[in-house]
Design a protein around this ligand. Structure first.
Ligand SMILES: [Zn+2]
Length: 388
């Protein structure tokens, strides 16, 4: 038995923190959380003093196989599977050390993230999509997920389920990373997306759509997708919120995974088009919040030097810069993300019965969200993996 003491605890849900918590852990699970009081006799005690405890963070959208270089696509193409796995291990490890104890990989090559997941190495819990479904020469076609037509789509979903994927990812529109594709244009018909969602749900898997432009967003909602990544409302040369669509989105069960944030690197900026659109996107995400669109916070880590795999704390910060509260941002990277990833019964909260995935930070993130970056210790399944 392990007992962790700290100054305060945010449980992943409640605005009211637990003062002077004693978290009791056995066999990797949280047994109890008491406010103050003694640790049980015989328990090993780790006293973290002034530290604040929060659930280990969950990044619901990243790419372990993209190395956060200037040319992640070229770098991956030059790597063998073994070389790519080594780089992915490092990426996952960097996430874990930043307190990200669960990652959802939304696009790899050759199902490498599933291989890494099954190594059970000293890594975060990995949920993986495998190669995203995309149209011929569509967004991220080079990852190997090209398919078309209702039959092709159903077969592609079945293959991923058979390979042990945790989620299905579909590129519903073009994307920034892939030349010759257009973020504002759809890549699949509604009929094709419906087939993908039906097949995924029939096989018990959640399904998420990469979608920037309005037609792709509308199709993903109408097809019954569980979530939409980015949801940036990009047009051919800008981005524009659509109040009618935001209302439709808010009324649907579909959750938006807002891929936010970037680390400040001197001399480095987000991709030019994204930078140009940032002001617009801020407006759009504020409108989405006002319309009460359900949102969680993710990073899309790996795709650029400003998005390394340990950047999720900056994503949470960005969410607050869009007008959301620290509590909403914290929920967005813990219990909210866990529910979306369908691990909400064991991750994303600090409560009895939950996995003892715990991040200890200096400062109170409910008061100052940047405290998420001041990592004091990380526990994964009750094991101390990081202590500064
Ligand atoms: Zn992505």
């Amino acid at each position: 038995m392990l007992a962790i003491r700290a100054a305060r605890l945010f449980d992943g849900v409640s605005a009211a923190p637990v003062e002077q918590p004693v978290v009791l852990i056995d066999s990797g699970k949280i047994v109890s959380i008491q406010a103050s009081g003694p640790a049980p006799e015989g328990a090993e005690v780790i006293d973290l003093g002034e530290a604040h405890l929060v659930p280990g963070m969950i990044d619901a959208h990243l790419h372990l196989c993209f190395d956060a270089s200037f040319d992640p696509v070229g770098a991956l193409a030059a790597r063998s599977d073994d070389e790519a796995l080594a780089q992915m291990r490092e990426a996952a490890r960097s996430a874990l050390l930043a307190g990200i104890t669960t990652v959802r990989d939304l696009g790899d090559r050759d199902y490498l993230a599933i291989r890494l997941r099954d190594e059970h190495d000293d890594l975060p819990t990995i949920l993986a999509a495998g190669p995203p479904l995309t149209s011929p020469k569509g967004h991220c076609w080079f990852l190997g997920g090209e398919t078309e037509g209702v039959q092709g789509i159903r077969a592609a979903v079945q293959e991923r389920a058979a390979r042990g994927a945790d989620v299905i990812k579909v590129m519903a529109t073009g994307g920034e990373l892939t030349e010759g594709t257009y973020p504002h244009l759809p890549q699949f018909s509604l009929e094709e997306l419906k087939a993908a969602a039906d097949e995924a749900h029939r096989l018990g898997l959640p399904i998420t759509a990469h979608a920037h432009g309005v037609p792709g967003i509308v199709n993903a909602i109408d097809a019954g997708f569980d979530s939409i990544e980015h949801c940036s409302f990009m047009t051919e040369d800008s981005a524009e919120a659509d109040p009618v669509l935001l209302a439709k989105l808010a009324a649907s069960p579909t959750v938006v995974s807002a891929t936010l944030g970037h680390i400040p690197v001197p001399g480095l900026d987000p991709p030019p088009r994204i930078k140009m659109l940032l002001a617009k996107l801020t407006e759009i995400f504020q409108a989405a919040a006002e319309a009460r669109v359900k949102m969680i916070v993710s990073s899309d880590a790996g795709i650029a030097p400003v998005k390394p795999h340990n950047a999720l704390a900056y994503s949470a910060l960005h969410f607050t810069e869009l007008g959301r509260t620290n509590l909403e941002a914290l929920i967005g990277v813990t219990s909210g993300a866990a529910d979306l990833c369908r691990v909400g019964d064991r991750k994303g909260r600090l409560a009895p019965g939950y996995d003892a995935d715990i991040l200890a930070v200096q400062g109170d993130p409910l008061v100052d969200i940047t405290a998420l970056r001041n990592v004091v210790a990380v526990f994964k399944d009750g094991r101390l993996v990081h202590n500064q």
